[in-house]
Design a protein around this ligand. Structure first.
Ligand SMILES: [Zn+2]
Length: 127
C-alpha cells in the first residue's frame, strides 16, 4: 500500500509544482517525463521506507515490541520535520523526498495502529 500511496502523492506534488512553474512562466508546457520520474521515485521511497519502523524495532514474535520508533510522538515529529523542511533552502526534490518518507513511515504506523495492540504515545517505558 505504501508504494502506491506514495507514488500517487509524488504525482500530485509534481503536478502542482509544474502548474506553479507554468503559471510563473518558468516552464512552457507540462512535462510528462518529469511526472513519471517523480511518481516512480516517490513510489520507490515509499517502498524502501515502509519497513523502517519494523527494521528499527523488529517484533521477534513479541507482541509488545512497539517502542519509541512505533510511537505517535515519533510519527508526529517526522511529519513536523517534513513540513518544516519546506521553510528551508533545501532543494525542492529533497523536501519532497523527506515528505514522502515521512508519509510512508506514518502509513506504516497507521496500519499498526489498527491492530489490537495499537501504538504507544511515546513508547518510552519509565521504571
Ligand atoms: Zn510495525
Amino acid at each position: 500500500m505504501n508504494t502506491a500511496v506514495c507514488g500517487l502523492a509524488g504525482a500530485i506534488i509534481n503536478i502542482f509544482r509544474q502548474i506553479n512553474r507554468i503559471d510563473r512562466g518558468e516552464q512552457d508546457k507540462f512535462n510528462l517525463w518529469e511526472l513519471g520520474l517523480d511518481t516512480i521515485g516517490a513510489a520507490g521511497i515509499g517502498y524502501l521506507t515502509a519497513g523502517v519502523p519494523d527494521g528499527l524495532e523488529p517484533s521477534d514474535d513479541n507482541p509488545n515490541h512497539r517502542g519509541p520508533c512505533h510511537s505517535v510522538a515519533l510519527g508526529t515529529l517526522l511529519g513536523i520535520v517534513a513540513l518544516k523542511s519546506y521553510d528551508t533552502t533545501l532543494p525542492e526534490k529533497a523536501k519532497d523526498a523527506l515528505a514522502i518518507g515521512a508519509l510512508s513511515y506514518n502509513l506504516h504506523l497507521l496500519s499498526d495502529a489498527q491492530t489490537p495492540k495499537g501504538l504507544p504515545l511515546t513508547g518510552i517505558k519509565l521504571k
